[in-house]
Design a protein around this ligand. Structure first.
Ligand code: FEO
Length: 396
């Protein structure tokens, strides 16, 4: 591991996971990084660790700066194992009695995860810890995105160690926003859409809280991806915009197909939407990963979900997608269902039930076509697309 200096005495220790392609159901097409941080002052503090498989790299990185035994404090901003996996080995090396700072929920969760009687120091929101010339302030960020989550703010350098927030899954040698440029933004959006979206309202409140606390930020250091030092306000403003989930005149048609009938329907529907002036896109569930589809629908005003009926039920990838979407709860969309069938044809009804459970406005009972769509049926699909497009445009 190659430590990267952020400021005098402040380092990023990035473990680069080039080969990761699946992060608990999120397609990491270009890997990821796990960033720990080291602050060397009169006291030495380590903020977060890395995934267990990379802990030896982390120890090596610390050794390039300071003897790990000289670490006085460990801060755990978040219990999830991509940041705490290395904790056991780190504590073993630096001394099991070293103070371990975490939120109250972090105390509970770390205890359950590791079953170790470490020297826990659960902190209150706003509590401070002096390292000498630098002071850490702990900021509770419960449910962003776990109950234990917190930020750590370094007052003197105005550096925010933001845990998962403002992160991106991307493996690479660039460490800072000014080294990578705007190509990072789609990665940040995908991360937001797939990790933080259910907590969008909390994010808006958190931004208010940071403003109320009067915290100014020179640098934002997330636990994944690049560090925001050139323009930290840019990612904060992007989070505010994404959290609002304002819909555009855009529709995403998500579907799977057995013998191309539902596919033909989807493609005709897309033409109907497009001819109404809607930005429309068809996404086949075995060609696009669920995590990329969620990213795509972030700013869509309409989602149309299609499935053939398979053994009286939904096609498995459609069920998978609906389950995933239900958890992430994207908002401000109208919805409709469609699908082909052979004899029983339950799929449209089942999709509608799922969409209703997600509290979407279902703007049409849905469109079913038996067997292979005829030219007449494809015209109905086209008109179905136009109808949904008109409803979307009426919303403004
Ligand atoms: Fe990067 Fe919630 O862990």
């Amino acid at each position: 591991m190659k430590p990267v200096k952020i400021n005098e005495g402040i380092y990023c220790l990035p473990a680069i996971d080039w080969n990761l392609r699946d992060f608990h159901g999120y397609a990491t097409h270009q890997g990821t990084t796990y960033n720990a941080y080291l602050i060397v002052d009169e006291k030495v503090a380590l903020i977060d660790t890395v995934k267990k498989e990379f802990v030896d790299e982390l120890i090596d990185g610390i050794n390039q700066i300071v003897d790990p035994k000289k670490i006085d404090y460990v801060v755990s901003n978040h219990t999830e194992m991509d940041h705490s996996g290395g904790l056991s080995k780190v504590m073993h090396i630096i001394g099991e009695d070293k103070p371990l700072y975490c939120s109250k929920m972090g105390h509970r969760n770390l205890t359950k995860h590791f079953q170790k009687k470490w020297n826990y120091q659960p902190v209150e929101n706003g509590e401070e810890l002096s390292l000498g010339n630098n002071t850490l302030t702990f900021i509770e960020t419960r449910m962003l995105h776990w109950p234990d989550s917190m930020f750590t703010y370094l007052k003197e350098g105005k550096i925010l160690f933001s845990s998962d927030a403002f992160g991106q899954h991307l493996a690479g040698l660039e460490r800072f926003d000014d080294e990578i440029g705007d190509v990072i933004m789609p990665h940040a959006l995908k991360y937001f859409a797939n990790i933080l979206l259910p907590y969008a309202e909390l994010i808006l409140r958190l931004v208010d809280k940071i403003t109320e606390l009067g915290l100014s930020l020179n640098v934002i250091c997330p636990d994944h991806g690049i560090i925001w030092r050139k323009d930290p306000v840019k990612i904060i403003n992007a989070y505010i915009e994404w959290s609002k989930q304002e819909p555009r005149r855009k529709a995403v048609v998500i579907y799977d197909t057995m013998w191309h009938s539902t596919q033909k329907m989807a493609e005709a529907i897309v033409f109907g939407l497009s001819d109404e002036g809607v930005d429309a896109k068809a996404m086949h569930l075995r060609s696009y990963h669920r995590s990329d589809i969620i990213t795509e629908i972030m700013d869509a005003g309409a989602i149309l979900v299609g499935s053939p009926t398979l053994n009286n039920g939904l096609f498995p990838t459609v069920s998978d997608f609906l389950t995933y979407m239900k958890g992430l709860r994207p908002k401000n969309k109208i919805a409709a269902a469609f699908g082909s069938y052979g004899w029983s044809g339950e799929a449209v009804k089942l999709i509608n039930q799922e969409l209703e459970a997600m509290k979407y406005e279902i703007v049409d009972p849905g469109l079913k076509v038996q067997y292979v769509p005829s030219q007449k049926a494809l015209e109905e699909c086209y008109q179905f697309g136009k109808k949904i497009g008109q409803k979307l445009l009426k919303l403004g």
